[in-house]
Design a protein around this ligand. Structure first.
Ligand code: AMP
Ligand code: ZN
Ligand code: FE
Ligand code: FE
Length: 280
């Protein structure tokens, strides 16, 4: 049974490896198809497709968009989208601009807490337009203020922590609509991040389905066995597609590897055909 990985980040957003290196790791892990799902940017997709063609790996164009639902962030993945679509890319440019409005405010808070860094340093390290908190975390590591990205998030950058600043985010229905308008398949990412019981999550997924959601990321690096079963049950009850991926980022999530997540992840290639059939 072939192995796939439908959730991967590269240097085009907050991953630490370029697409070609992510593809090389996927090849080593025996991955036969994958999706590049950078935050708010599609620029890494052509490089990934080129590398995939050389290695015999199918590259599915993808995206990950954060949205705001009540107190929590819902991340919406998009698959098989027309990644060159000008309207989609206009929306993504707007999201990247909102990052550039928020990030200097985070840096300012860190400065007030006595940590010396500038937003210029963060942008230089990032080397991309889609600059995120993991880039700030890496600057903090390089400067010796924290030992890991986890420590940076736990102490400063995580939601509600000392240097947290909220970013302007679209509503889930907006992000879903943008993906559908670009002929993509919108999927709710890592439901474990949504702090709700099964009934609450079922209701949420019903609402999102009415807004155009087509799938749930059932298989994920940090999903426990019982969670995977719960999310599969919700997908089956609502007739939603099932997807899975590692959410590989390289350095900022060092415990997560391409294709295998924390070691036990196995996303079957059989999931791909229903997705492909639904795309359009
Ligand atoms: P941003 O999109 O800039 O608000 O940053 C959020 C991103 O940071 C998420 O999409 C994750 O990729 C990453 N992230 C969130 N929490 C952590 C954590 N504890 N450790 C490492 N990365 C994290
Ligand atoms: Zn990320
Ligand atoms: Fe996410
Ligand atoms: Fe992700």
């Amino acid at each position: 049974m072939s192995r796939i990985d439908l959730h991967l980040h590269t240097t085009y957003s907050d991953g630490s490896l370029p697409p070609s290196e992510v593809l090389a790791l996927a090849h080593k892990a025996g991955v036969t198809a994958l999706a590049i799902t950078d935050h708010d940017i599609t620029d890494g997709i052509p490089e990934a497709i080129r590398a995939g063609a050389e290695l015999g790996i199918e590259v599915i164009p993808g995206i990950e968009i954060s949205s705001q639902f009540q107190e929590s962030e819902l991340h919406i993945l998009g698959y098989f989208l027309d990644w060159k679509d000008p309207v989609l890319n206009q929306h993504l440019a707007g999201l990247r601009a909102s990052r550039h409005r928020r990030n200097p405010l985070i840096v300012q808070k860190l400065n007030e807490l006595g940590l010396a860094l500038t937003y210029e340093e963060v942008k230089t390290l990032a080397g991309t337009e889609s600059v995120g908190r993991p880039h700030i975390a890496r600057v903090l590591i390089e400067k010796g203020y924290v030992r890991s990205a986890k420590e940076a998030f736990d102490r400063y950058l995580g939601n509600g922590k000392a240097a947290y600043v909220q970013r302007e985010l679209p509503a889930p229905a907006e992000a879903i609509g943008w993906i559908r308008a670009a002929k993509g398949i919108p999927v709710l990412a890592h439901p474990t991040w949504v702090r709700m019981d099964e009934a609450g999550l079922l209701k949420l997924c019903e609402t999102l389905k009415a807004a155009g959601l087509m799938g749930i990321e059932v298989h994920y690096s940090t999903h426990k066995r019982a969670q995977t079963a719960e999310y599969l049950n919700i997908a089956q009850r609502l007739g939603l597609l099932v997807t899975g991926g590692s959410d590989f980022h390289g350095l900022t999530k060092p415990d997560i590897a391409v294709g295998v997540g924390c070691g036990g992840l196995k996303v079957s290639g059989k999931l791909l055909e229903p997705l492909r059939a639904a795309a359009g």
